[in-house]
Design a binder for this molecule. Structure first.
Ligand code: 5GP
Ligand code: ZN
Length: 115
């Protein structure tokens, strides 16, 4: 837990969130600025700053986050598929330094990259 981490504060209940899933190791909640009709974040309760900071010890929780994504996406109404994103570091566009998996859906998502 990190006192100055906004997602750790959400886990502790100090900042409210619109929760969509919780267990001992994982919390999922709606993004405060949704970029699609369905947009929620899946986070480990352990403070891991970025995907680049994850270690072998974190593999089980990362696997569970991926396994949960389709289940929660369906429950939230993304019936035709969804997009998962993990932004990592400055060049990855990461704003909150507590590892999180974005899940977006409920509409066709635009092409990710065009060259
Ligand atoms: P990043 O750019 O780090 O991948 O994404 C961070 C995401 O967290 C953004 O989509 C932003 O809208 C969301 N976010 C930031 N602060 C809060 C908050 O206090 N509550 C919720 N629910 N989402 C937040
Ligand atoms: Zn944190």
């Amino acid at each position: 837990m990190s006192d100055d981490c906004i997602f750790c504060r959400i886990i502790k209940g100090e900042i409210p969130c619109s929760k969509v899933y919780e267990d001992k190791e994982i919390l999922a909640f709606k993004d405060i600025h949704p970029q699609a009709p369905v947009h929620f974040l899946i986070i480990p309760k352990k403070h891991i700053a970025t995907l680049a900071d994850a270690t072998l010890e974190d593999v089980p929780v990362l696997g569970r986050m991926l396994e949960l994504a389709p289940r929660i996406a369906r429950e939230q109404g993304a019936s035709e598929g969804f997009r998962t994103i993990i932004n990592t570091g400055r060049h990855g566009g990461q704003e909150v330094y507590h590892l999180h998996l974005h899940v977006l859906g409920g509409q066709p998502m635009p092409a990710l990259l065009k060259y």
